[in-house]
Design a binder for this molecule. Structure first.
Ligand SMILES: NC(=O)c1ccc[n+]([C@@H]2O[C@H](COP(=O)([O-])OP(=O)(O)OC[C@H]3O[C@@H](n4cnc5c(N)ncnc54)[C@H](O)[C@@H]3O)[C@@H](O)[C@H]2O)c1
Length: 350
């Protein structure tokens, strides 16, 4: 199911449960503002390349809009709209005085040099600078972006508006970033996992984990979970998937991925088919990459007893339904709910 259709569907279900007025429901479904910009840059070889950038500002009723900027080939308007809407619900559930927004550029950052990424980010910022700002909309990192991207946005924005470090979060510490921000989302995943397991009389120690995505969120979650005694038995990223039933040595994998830019080829584990990562045998599955990966096709094959949703909307509604049916068939119960201030959702099968 398309990401926006899925998010709208879930919102309408929530709206029905809350008894929201239909006019208010409609107003909350339509974003405050959608921005689409063309970003053309000279590549290092002198040729021109054009990319499409988006910023969707969903709602500012509770405060300035807030949300990440994603660089990924699959960035498209409906998904950005869905992610912006989800940010509104996340900041509201966490009761922080912000609204929701999201942005992105349809590009493959692994195929662009550092200089090309800098030019692209600066052109994108030039096109949207009048519509973002500390009191309106504050971008942050997401897939394919990080502190360096935020530093470029900050610098370019400051050329127009004067020195403005608060225009982005997730910037380098030297530019006013917060200590611990880099690890924060992965740490939230670890806390969410711990809280969910504690509720069921268990702890992280000794549990077997599978993690899809080994970027900022997935790698920090893996590091912190393994430090608590959790066994990471399989991991995947865009380069491939690896498995070691005795547990992958995460510090060694972190060193390896820094050098090789991916998990593929790590000699402390065996390569497996990337398509099988979500259905690998484990106690806890952590999708920490793309949306909609748990769907009708694979939901009934998932062996994990718990799913911790670290990625944004990793479970497609059809997948949710299939998973629920599978649970019912095996006389199971599901618990789900927001587990941490990050809005992580824990699902349990038994
Ligand atoms: N960074 C944050 O603070 C933050 C906050 C909230 C939510 N999130 C969400 O967490 C998820 C991951 O974000 P991140 O910041 O870690 O991004 P990242 O770019 O640092 O890492 C993404 C990881 O996913 C992998 N990946 C990409 N396509 C894949 C595919 N087809 N199959 C398997 N792996 C694939 C990449 O190789 C990489 O390891 C996203 O859904 C993002 O929206 C991130």
């Amino acid at each position: 199911m398309n990401a926006l259709a899925a998010t709208n569907r879930n919102f309408k279900l929530a709206s029905k449960l809350l008894g929201l007025d239909s006019k208010l429901e409609k107003s909350l479904l339509i974003p405050f503002r959608e921005i689409k910009v063309e970003c053309t840059i000279p590549k290092d070889d002198g040729t021109l390349a054009s990319f499409v950038g988006f910023r969707v500002q969903h709602d500012n009723a509770r405060g300035p809009m807030k949300g990440g900027i994603r660089y990924h080939p699959e960035v498209e308007p409906d998904e950005v709209n869905a992610l912006a809407q989800l940010m509104t619900w996340k900041t509201a559930v966490a009761k922080i005085p912000y609204g929701g927004a999201k942005g992105g550029i349809g590009c493959d950052p692994s195929k662009l040099s550092i200089s090309e990424l800098e030019r692209l980010t600066r052109v994108f910022t030039q096109k949207i600078h009048d519509l973002i700002g500390i009191h309106t909309d504050v971008p942050a990192p997401d897939m394919g972006t990080g502190p360096q991207t935020m530093a470029w946005i900050l610098d370019e924005y400051s050329k127009f508006h004067g020195y403005s470090p608060a225009v982005v979060t997730g910037k380098p510490i030297d530019l006013g970033g917060s200590l611990g921000r880099d690890a924060a989302t992965g740490r939230g995943v670890m806390f969410g996992t711990e809280a969910l397991l504690n509720e069921h009389g268990k702890s992280i120690s000794g549990q077997r984990f599978v993690i899809q995505g080994f970027g900022n969120v997935g790698s920090w979650a893996a590091k912190l979970i393994s430090e608590k005694g959790g066994k990471i038995v399989a991991v995947s990223d865009i380069t491939g998937a690896i498995k070691n039933k005795d547990g992958i040595d995460i510090p060694s994998l972190l060193n390896y991925t820094r050098e090789h830019r991916g998990v593929k080829g790590f000699d402390g584990a065996d390569p497996i088919d990337s398509n099988s990562i979500l259905v690998e045998d484990c106690d806890i599955l952590i999708p920490a990459a793309l949306g909609g990966v748990i769907n009708r096709e694979n939901a009934n094959e998932i062996k994990a007893k718990f799913i911790i949703e670290a990625a944004n909307h990793p479970t497609d509604p059809d997948g949710d339904e299939t998973y629920m049916q599978t649970l019912e068939e095996s006389l199971s119960v599901t618990l789900n709910g927001f587990r941490t201030y990050k809005g992580l959702c824990g699902r349990k099968r038994r």
